[in-house]
Design a protein around this ligand. Structure first.
Ligand code: ADP
Ligand code: MG
Length: 392
């Protein structure tokens, strides 16, 4: 952790370039969910309180390197103003002179960084131009840190730099879960496919003490052990890979926990007739859509003696009840243990956050990461360029 925070910087009288993630959903020119905007407020207000000028750099959507009016950050300006409780000065074409002409206590919002293709190419000219606009660079966009772009990586090398409040909070939570965790550590990995999470599984088996494999990807592991999974979602071509992961886990002393019972159905729809069976008893015309109560009971046993949990991916097809049962029950166990101070629990991933919210467990987790791709790459053990570039 070689990075500095806002507390380490002399902010008074300084123009502070802040890379934020306000890539919010927009419908008919209006922001429909301002969660990401709300989360950058602490950084912006702390800079103002310290006497600095926050100059916000951000992207919206995928304009592919040219101006697209529907992706202008002007759209976000009103929502940002209401979250901050103050006016925001929008600049379409920024220059140092224009910024210097503004009062120090102005919040500046610069137009979509992706309106030029120099951003995603991490063009040194763009990094240099951005650096010319400010005195300090602060990265508060963990969710964009897996991309080496001019505003997330290039510019960091050219100015004194630090992590914003949200970035620092996210990094501290992730470090507590996988960097320097209190052991035993349990990872729960579920979701649809092994193929999208190969690097993740490979990294986790050498880092955690227990790895619960659930969801559709568990079927691939069951099949790799010679079990017939009927019509279940299963990547048969990854049988060798699955066996290699099991082998690696064994060598590393990581316990792999596969479903001990399965919930099967003949239809992929809400309320479909289902039955709970032993993992080797899936009928040829049925699909495994969830783990059963015996699996949840064992997960509870493991979590009860663990100190740290990191979770990505639901244990079943949680969108269609009753196949949310195992995910909900395991989430409730984790939430209760966390609330009692016995467990540090960190979760992330688009569907995982939705599933934990639906289970009513998210609020009791220690930390929920809303960074999809960056969270996954970090869990995979990869260096995030936007974080690596923060060296003070
Ligand atoms: P995240 O977005 O949190 O990384 P994923 O996208 O990997 O999670 O996985 C979520 C998806 O996995 C959900 O759409 C869920 O329905 C699906 N899934 C989980 N278990 C099964 C299963 N047994 N069969 C089919 N799909 C499943
Ligand atoms: Mg997903």
């Amino acid at each position: 952790m070689g990075w500095k925070t806002l507390d380490d910087m002399e902010l008074a009288g300084k123009r502070v370039l802040v890379r934020v993630d306000i890539n919010v959903p927009v419908e008919d020119g209006h922001v429909t969910d301002s969660t990401r905007i709300d989360r950058i407020v602490p950084t912006v207000t702390d800079i103002l309180t310290a006497g600095g000028t926050p100059i916000l750099l951000a992207h919206l959507g995928r304009p592919k390197g040219k101006p697209v009016p529907e992706m202008s950050l002007r759209i976000v300006q009103p929502a940002l103003e209401s979250a901050l409780g103050r006016a925001v000065h929008f600049i379409e074409r920024p220059s140092r002179d224009a910024i210097d002409a503004l009062p120090m206590d102005t919040v500046v919002l610069v137009e979509n960084t992706r309106f030029t293709d120099m951003e995603e190419k991490n063009d040194p000219m763009m990094a240099k131009f951005l650096a010319s606009l400010g005195d300090i660079y602060c990265n508060d966009a963990f969710s964009a840190a897996h991309r080496a772009h001019a505003s997330t990586e290039g510019v960091a090398h050219l100015l004194p730099n630090c992590a914003g409040r949200l970035m620092a909070e996210e990094l501290a939570a992730l470090d507590a879960a996988l960097g320097n965790p209190v052991r035993p550590v349990v990872a729960v990995v579920g979701g649809a496919k092994v193929s999208t999470k190969l690097d993740l599984l490979g990294n986790l088996v050498s880092k955690v003490d227990h790895l619960v494999i659930g969801g559709g990807m568990a079927n691939t592991f069951l099949a790799a052990q010679g079990i017939d999974v009927g019509k279940s979602l299963c990547e048969h071509d990854l049988a060798d890979t699955a066996r290699a992961i099991l082998q690696k886990a064994k060598a590393a002393g990581c316990e792999i926990i596969l479903p001990r019972d399965i919930v099967v159905a003949r239809e992929f729809k809400a309320g479909a007739a289902s039955e709970t069976l032993s993992p080797d008893a899936c009928p040829a015309d049925a699909m495994i859509l969830d783990a059963g109560p015996a699996t949840v009971a064992y997960i509870e046993t493991v979590l009860s003696s663990a100190k740290t949990l990191i979770w990505n991916g639901p244990l079943g097809a949680f969108e269609i009840p009753p196949f949310n049962a195992a995910t909900n029950a395991a989430a409730a166990v984790a939430a209760t243990l966390t609330k009692a101070g016995k467990l540090t629990s960190v979760a992330g991933g688009g569907d995982t956050v939705a599933a934990l919210n639906a289970a009513g467990a998210a609020a009791d987790f220690t930390y929920i990461s809303t960074a999809g791709g960056a969270f996954l790459e970090w869990m995979e053990g990869k260096d995030l360029p936007g974080v690596a570039a923060l060296n003070g």
